[in-house]
Ligand binder design. Sequence first.
Ligand code: NAD
Length: 497
Amino acid sequence: MSDPKVFKNFINGQWVESKSGETYENRNPANKDEVVGVFQKSNADDVKDAIEAAKSAYEKWRLVPAPKRGEILYRIASRLTRQKEELSRDMTREMGKILDETRGDTQEAIDMTYYMAGEGRRLFGQTTPSELPNKFNMTVRQPLGVCSFITPWNFPMAIPSWKTMPALICGNTVVIKPATETPLSVVNLARVCEEEGLPPGVFNVVTGAGSALGDPMINNPAVRVVSFTGSTEIGRKISEACATDFKHCCLEMGGKNVQIVMDDARLDLAVDGALWGAFGTTGQRCTATSRIVCHKDVIKEFTERLVERAKSLKVGNGLDESVQMGPCINEGQLQTVLSYIEIGKKEGAKLMTGGERLTGGDYDKGYFVQPTIFGEVNQSMRIWREEIFGPVLGIAVCNSLDEAIEMANDTSYGLSASIYTQDINNAYRAMRDVYTGIFYVNAPTIGAETHLPFGGTKETGNGHREAAMAALDVFSEWKSVYVDFSGSLQRAQIDNA
Ligand code: NAD
């Protein structure tokens, strides 16, 4: 076997080794024998270099006309489109999710890049009348400077793009630390940016461990925006660190998403939705369906049908096109999933299917677990309350829509929810009363599109939204501009009173 490829950091337009002199191996979670690549185990000095490069590039980049910035983004999107298949295959090798899903992940990056390229000719502000004569009022968006991004492993290219593209179109520069488990997709994104003429220093990548790089990524005074997607635990620490010098801080964190199934639901659709929502990406989506609240009159039939379908899912290496569910990301995540399965059993939930690590043959090379469904789950159980981030679904019974809504809201998170019903009144009431950032009717809890705001309430986020025009509010600040052409001093609130 040939030696694995060594990937470097991307700082100031150069591919450079870490000053630590250390590297780490990244292996395929579906096949531990396969080394996907060797990556830089960076240290605080590397981060400092990257931030300095971004700081110095900012002075020119902020003055490039936004439509011209957009033209570079169009070229990046176009190359991502041409390279979609190879990028997606790399992503399946490093992250494990099936090819259909990594193609979707790359497509999200493409969609976001095109969307933000278009914003280069918009970035609209407002004009509004002045209360004084011969005076003109308007608002403009201004960039902030260097943005620091820390991203998770479950959407290796989509999430970095959600942050990077709106930041760049607004005129900011970027330093990103991808998840330790999935650096290759961000390295690939950097290569595309380089090849399509993004100026040196505008986009910088430093790979390595969050524990070592988190502080230097956040505490450097040149950093003005920190955007983080990951666990609530780390997000809280980042929020506290940013507060000291008032850095803008945008957090996208955990979820405990619910699908409501009413007695008038089309059960075929509800089963399709639950299967995809719970077991897509091996349940490792922040929007994954981890709770079902099902009406008592249909719970038996719904559960039987869903269990039947879950049993027949083909689990394996995502590079095999016939596989429907890939592995967990690593041994630690697999052990977390298995421990929650034990907790569910001890708490008295009824194991309907799954519950075991998959072993034997190729399964021994990866981190595979059966799609798992618990019935008779109740609101006091930990498997109801805590994010598992794996293919484990709990089903609880409800007697009415009011009760379903109360149960849906009984969580510290607030990312995504859905309802299956044929009654438009039920749909609208749930849409209004379930307190989440994302809501679906007759569709699963997963499936966000890039031109709608993405994010959640309560412990899922801190009030910001990614994607869509909402992302521009994270990466720009409003400046209100007053132009007085009266030729005299006019005092607001005084001379016109
Ligand atoms: P994580 O919080 O462990 O890691 C996320 C990132 O933070 C990684 O890059 C990691 O290296 C880095 N990190 C780790 N320790 C750090 C520290 N002390 N300081 C700074 N950075 C540090 O999360 P994960 O395991 O990669 O991802 C799973 C979590 O992410 C789940 O809770 C999931 O719900 C959440 N998530 C949320 C969304 C969303 O948009 N809401 C999307 C995807 C994932």
